[in-house]
Design a protein around this ligand. Structure first.
Ligand SMILES: C[S@@+](CC[C@H](N)C(=O)[O-])C[C@H]1O[C@@H](n2cnc3c(N)ncnc32)[C@H](O)[C@@H]1O
Length: 221
């Protein structure tokens, strides 16, 4: 395999961003070390939404998450979202990371159980490059109840992604589990470059449409 041409164009500054369809481990294996500034992502949580591999024994999930983290360890900045439930099983993979934001997410949906109501965003930024000192929690809109429904079962809300990305100076952001592309939309709104990877072609199309319909600012924010 070789570096995906759309990713090469983003890295060369010839394109603002791209959404690539594929398994992130294979796509990332071709990306050079430190070619992006940060991985900002919301991986599957073993909650049963994303096929057979998303409903497995926790020990198996943890092994897969370890592989995903290893594949993503190509840059200094990292921000990963975990559900309160998954944290109980995988916390030791994040030793040394900072629980950066606590996010109320789907809690107003009738069928949502408590462990999937709250998420924590863990960060590791070797550059320690916070743009400003903000509070370290975030109360988000609830995607399921808002206009932000995207056709994806677990979309992030744009406000929390703007908040997190806006805290850092990262210029090129990679989301290896981009789903409907919320991280990429937020990155574009802030004038950053973005690379989204998504395994499901129908979510890739949704993400591409969303970033196409997003205007970028005149300057990076
Ligand atoms: C929790 S969702 C991300 C939702 C996203 N933050 C949004 O706002 O729409 C995780 C996504 O990872 C995708 N996925 C699962 N395994 C993958 C893999 N190996 N490579 C790339 N994408 C994968 C799933 O199809 C799903 O869309």
């Amino acid at each position: 395999m070789s570096l995906h041409p759309d990713i090469a164009a983003v890295l060369a500054g010839e394109s603002d961003g791209c959404i690539v369809c594929g398994d992130c481990r294979e796509v990332m294996a071709d990306m050079p070390d430190k070619c992006v500034d940060a991985v900002v992502t919301d991986p599957p949580w073993n909650c049963g939404y994303f096929g057979a591999g998303d409903d497995v024994e926790w020990v198996q999930y943890k092994n897969t998450l370890r592989e995903w983290l290893h594949a993503s360890d190509m840059c200094d900045g990292q921000c990963w979202f975990l559900s309160t439930k998954s944290i109980a099983y995988v916390a030791d993979l994040f030793v040394g990371w900072v629980p950066f934001a606590s996010i109320k997410n789907f809690s107003q949906m009738g069928t949502t159980t408590l462990p999937n109501c709250w998420d924590i965003a863990f960060i590791r930024d070797r550059q320690k490059e916070y743009k400003k000192n903000g509070r370290n929690w975030f109360l988000s809109n609830t995607a399921g109840m808002s206009k932000e429904r995207t056709g994806h079962p677990t979309p992030r809300t744009i406000d929390v992604m703007l908040y997190i990305i806006g805290m850092f100076s990262w210029s090129i952001i990679l989301d290896p589990f981009c789903g409907s592309g919320t991280t990429c939309v937020a990155a574009k709104q802030l004038g950053r470059r973005y690379i989204g990877i998504e395994i499901d072609p129908k979510y890739c199309e949704i993400a591409r449409e969303r970033v196409r319909n997003t205007a970028k600012p005149l300057f990076q924010m």
